[in-house]
Design a protein around this ligand. Structure first.
Ligand code: HEM
Length: 552
């Protein structure tokens, strides 16, 4: 990777928003406000992203937008000026009161080894480090109190809008992950019911059925499996069923799955590439990606209108997330418009799919390399479930399974960095931060602070037993830990993960189903522990092959 990758993210202001605007303006009416396009660390964290910082203007006309575009010349000039400002930052001293940190632009060093770099600078400069990265002022936060201040802010001081780095995407539009202010508040309020316990209980049926298919069909007769690939396929299937219901017509289901896969492939390629070409540039890969977006839009808008009609003609309690979101209303009795629904559905697909697969992959890899811990958890599963398949009704109380997942996410948090932007000048940890500074809170470092965690680098699921028992399980414990700022796999504060209950239920059911039937061991072809590949999320670098032996 090189500096190009960073500089490629500083796309010119007011460019055409994406290929869709050129090739298929009628598929959806994406009418955007003019304004500079910045990127959000939500992209970095969860593989998604808003296309630019300004909220979409859903009401203004396309004509208005097109007249607001600047000429290619002024765009280029603007871009040049922005580039020059950013370049000069790496050469200048930090602003007065800015946190101490290494001098010079650190983009190359960070990109060469992100986890090692975060570790090194926080050891060298302390838990709040100032940097220039790709011409942006950045503060890395690995201090519990400062992380709390940033993530639990309710005053609009630390926001998502304007957070630097990594290109955004038209895939998730302006969904929950990236929106801010009143738009986010309303969308979160409307989405919350879809994630309450009762709703998660309904999705658990799909989780349990999919987990059984994995262990009794997919893995049946296998000696070794690429668990990362299996968990990705499984969590996509589960999320699709939860979103659209099990009665999703097979043809449409297949088409959506294929389009989502194409979009995900695009993100992995982009993550692994040193050059990030903006989505609107018609490279072959971008054309493919944008075609996938067009397919997704057609299908998703089709499903939205079909479900709306069904609910109107035959009112019934919601059976899937889409119906939950369609029926949700705010205090004025208003629901979500189609475009907002589409953005939320795509956001949930992206935010929910890969993160859960990564968490399961790392946890299974750790268990394979820690046979004693695995055997004791497997014994608990046998004892607790009495041979019944894991499901919503019997999964509670499996302390070992929850401990393994919490410990896996402690050492390898799928969202290893969470980002915010300082909206107005402020102080943090006695340092002064100018508006526009990007804050990177690092759960990865926080989860390994030697003063907080005994044997911080070791996989020891039993460290969680007592706390889990005291809090009646992970869903009781996680909010308490998030409030301290010390354990943040699902973030903290108002923007914490809406899918925490969904993810914990899904991962617990799948892990219990696996340990009930199989013993995981390092594979002969890949005996060493998988290496992390911190791209957008903390995914494994390669295929994760584990030996899967049936338990007697
Ligand atoms: C192990 C699995 C998961 C992990 C580790 C994870 C992690 C996170 C984190 C750290 C955040 C906060 C980001 C920030 O503060 O900027 C977040 C937000 C979010 N997550 Fe998850 N997530 C997981 C699963 C899911 C699932 C299953 C869904 C939905 C089906 C989901 C939907 C979302 C959404 C919509 C947000 C944005 C919430 C908001 O800003 O209001 N996540 N997730």
């Amino acid at each position: 990777m090189d500096l190009c990758r960073f500089f490629q993210t500083f796309t010119p202001a007011q460019q055409p928003t994406n290929l869709r605007e050129f090739v298929a303006p009628s598929v959806t009416p994406p009418v955007y406000s003019a304004g500079s396009r910045k990127h959000t660390i939500a992209d970095a964290v969860l593989g998604t992203g808003r296309y630019h910082t300004h909220q979409r203007q859903r009401v203004c006309s396309a004509k208005a937008t097109s007249t607001q575009r600047s000429s290619p010349f002024s765009t280029l000039l603007d871009w040049g000026q922005q580039g020059a400002t950013k370049l000069s930052r790496g050469l200048q001293p930090f602003p007065a009161g800015f946190p101490a940190g290494p001098s010079g632009d650190q983009a190359l060093q960070l990109l060469a080894d992100p986890l090692g770099y975060l570790d090194r600078i926080t050891q060298q400069y302390g838990p709040v480090v100032g940097l220039v990265l790709g011409g942006e002022y950045v503060v890395v936060v690995a201090d519990v109190a400062a992380a709390r201040t940033v993530l639990q802010d309710q005053t609009g001081l630390f926001v998502k809008e304007g957070t630097a780095f990594l290109p955004g995407s038209s895939l998730a539009g302006n969904g929950l992950l990236v929106s801010d202010g009143p738009v986010w508040r309303r969308q979160r309020q409307l989405s919350n019911p879809a994630f309450r316990t009762a709703a998660v209980q309904a999705y658990a049926k799909a989780m349990a059925a999919s987990a059984q298919r994995l262990v009794s069909e997919t893995w049946q007769g296998s000696r070794e499996r690429d668990v990362y690939a299996d968990f990705n396929a499984l969590s996509l299937q589960i999320t699709m069923e939860a979103l659209f219901g099990v009665d999703l017509p097979p043809r449409e289901g297949r088409q959506v799955t294929e389009a989502v896969k194409a979009a995900f492939d695009y993100f992995s390629q982009r993550g692994a590439s040193s050059m990030v070409v903006p989505e609107w540039v018609p490279t072959p890969v971008n054309v493919q990606f944008n075609a996938a977006i067009i397919t997704l839009n057609r299908l998703v808008y089709g499903m939205i209108s079909q479900r709306r009609m069904q609910l109107r003609q035959q009112p019934h309690p919601p059976v899937c997330l889409l119906e939950e979101l369609i029926t949700a209303t705010d205090e004025r009795g208003q629901g979500m418009e189609d475009e907002a629904l589409r953005d939320e559905l795509m956001t949930l697909l992206i935010a929910g799919q890969e993160t859960a697969a990564i968490a399961l992959t790392w946890t299974c890899a750790y268990l394979a390399h820690n046979p004693a811990a695995q055997d004791s958890i497997a014994a608990e599963v046998q004892q607790h479930l009495h041979g019944q398949p894991p499901s919503y009704s019997n999964i509670r109380g499996l302390v070992g399974v929850e401990s393994a997942l919490l410990e896996g996410m402690r050492l390898k948090p799928p969202a290893f960095i969470v980002g915010r932007c300082v909206s107005r000048p402020t102080e943090l940890a006695s340092c002064r931060l100018p508006a526009g500074t990007t804050i990177l809170v690092s759960p990865y470092i926080l989860h390994r602070l030697p003063g907080r965690w005994r044997d911080a680098a070791a996989f020891q699921p039993d460290r969680w037993h007592h706390q889990l028992q005291e809090s009646s399980g992970a869903m009781g414990l996680l909010p308490k830990l998030a409030a301290t700022g010390a354990y943040l796999p699902f973030g903290a504060g108002p923007r914490s993960c809406i899918g925490t209950g969904f993810a914990m239920m899904e991962a617990s059911i799948i892990l219990a189903a696996i340990l009930q039937r199989y013993q995981l061991k390092p594979s002969r072809v890949q005996p060493s522990f998988p290496t992390a590949d911190p791209q957008i999320t903390l995914r494994p670098q390669e295929i994760v092959t584990l030996s899967v032996e049936s338990r007697p």
